[in-house]
Design a protein around this ligand. Structure first.
Ligand code: PMP
Length: 409
């Protein structure tokens, strides 16, 4: 196995400076940086094998098909899906959830049904269901959390006989915490609902086994795991996918087209209309193979070590308030916080002047901010190339924030 402590050397961007300071990139929850092997894989593909997948019998079209379909095999193995056909390529997690909403939910959900989510969901896993409810007459119901980010007692009982979909983040992009997946999936299945897992913040950081999770759909984005932007994945159980309508219509998703009617291609191709993002797929394959050199369990443990290092130090600072649990064992490499009397955008601007890249704002989870009465916050998020040095740079810079604003330290 390749040692994770050496990973940062593969990321050229981390050697650049900003305002005379080394960059401490702590916004991997938004998007991750790209290692050289992934860049090289794309360069090799573009220089040698570029063509339009599934179209044409010439060598370049066929090699492009092999590259694109090869990624499907790698993703199948990566998340332990039963069949390669259970892997559908999209642009990102957002499009993946929209695909499920349009192709599954609009077909199966009716007035009187319920969709249950948590109040911590990313807008991608929330606005989408508002849309489905508006169109179908179904109701969107929320499971609420306690102060430390855990689902409150009794809230899971909202998953009842009228519930048809339970959808939730595997790991929250604000709280950095994992919801009780096993229990939520079991409760969904016990009432005949499907369970959808938003894996945007989990698939890049820990081993995923969709068969063990037993979720009906699992979605994630390549750009949060060292691949390029514009490639995402839907995993769906085959019998569900088979029964679903197409999402987008056009080339490649058809079998036969007549003037008035069309028969559709088989799963997964009926969900992949138009020229696919083969370039993104090439980077996703290379990214997965790159991550697997370290091992997903080792990546998870490495990030936990970083959390154990930074979280107590951050929590002990005056004027800092964490969102969600302060227990490092419950926190993945995502930590959101506020600074007393300083707007998160000011915090981010001051941190930027120290070379520290972190996130500020509502993190695309406005209902969670409203629920906790914290409409905006800051967030650091880590990955394999994060070093303790980055976290020290962050902690040092954070000490300057309040004094810079003319407040006590
Ligand atoms: N869900 C979660 C939990 C996320 O963190 C994100 C990205 N911040 C998304 C969904 C949306 O991902 P994308 O922008 O790649 O579609």
């Amino acid at each position: 196995m390749k040692p994770i402590a050496e990973a940062y050397k593969d990321f050229p961007i981390l050697t650049r400076t900003h305002r005379g300071k080394r960059i401490a990139y702590l916004d991997s929850g938004a998007t991750t940086q790209i290692p050289v092997p992934v860049m090289k894989a794309l360069e090799t593909h573009m220089a040698n094998h570029n063509g339009n997948p599934h179209r044409g019998a010439h060598v370049l079209a066929m090699e492009a098909s092999e590259a694109y379909e090869g990624t499907r095999d790698v993703v199948q193995r990566f998340i332990n899906a039963r069949k390669r056909e259970e892997i559908i390529f999209t642009r990102n997690t957002t499009e993946s959830l929209n695909l499920i909403a349009h192709s599954y939910a609009l077909k199966h959900i009716k007035a009187g049904d319920k969709i249950v989510i948590t109040v911590a969901e990313h807008h991608a896993n929330l606005v989408t269901w508002q849309f489905v409810c508006r169109v179908t007459g179904a109701t969107l119901e929320y499971m609420y959390l306690d102060e430390t980010g855990h689902i409150k007692d009794g809230e899971m009982d909202k998953i009842d006989a009228s519930t048809k979909i339970v959808s939730f983040a595997h790991v929250s992009n604000v709280l950095g915490m994992e919801f009780p997946v096993k229990e939520l999936v079991e409760r969904a299945h016990a009432v005949g609902a499907i369970a959808i897992l938003d894996g945007a913040q989990s698939a890049p950081h820990q081993a995923i086994d969709v068969q063990a999770l037993d979720c009906d759909f699992f979605v994630f984005s390549g750009h949060k795991m060292c691949a390029s932007q514009g490639i995402g994945v839907v995993y769906g159980k085959y019998h569900l996918l088979e029964d679903m309508d197409p999402f987008l219509f056009g080339g490649d998703m058809i079998e036969y087209v007549k003037e008035q009617t069309t028969t559709f291609n088989e799963v997964p191709y009926k969900f992949e209309a138009g020229t696919p993002n083969a370039h993104g797929a090439v980077t996703l394959k290379a990214a997965i193979e790159y991550l697997e050199q370290f091992g997903m369990d080792a990546i998870h443990e490495y990030e936990q070590e970083l959390v154990r290092y930074v979280l107590p130090k951050l929590a002990a600072m005056p004027h800092i308030h964490l969102l969600g649990s302060a227990n490092p064992e419950e926190k993945h490499g995502v930590i959101a916080f506020t600074v007393d009397d300083v707007h998160p955008h000011d915090v981010a601007t001051i941190m930027d002047s120290h070379g520290v890249c972190l996130r500020s704002g509502h993190h695309c989870a406005q209902p969670l901010g409203a629920y906790y009465g914290v409409p905006a916050s800051n967030r650091i998020s880590m990955y394999i190339y994060t070093k303790k040095e980055d976290l020290d740079q962050f902690l040092e810079a954070l000490k300057t924030v309040r004094p810079t604003m003319g407040l006590s330290e």
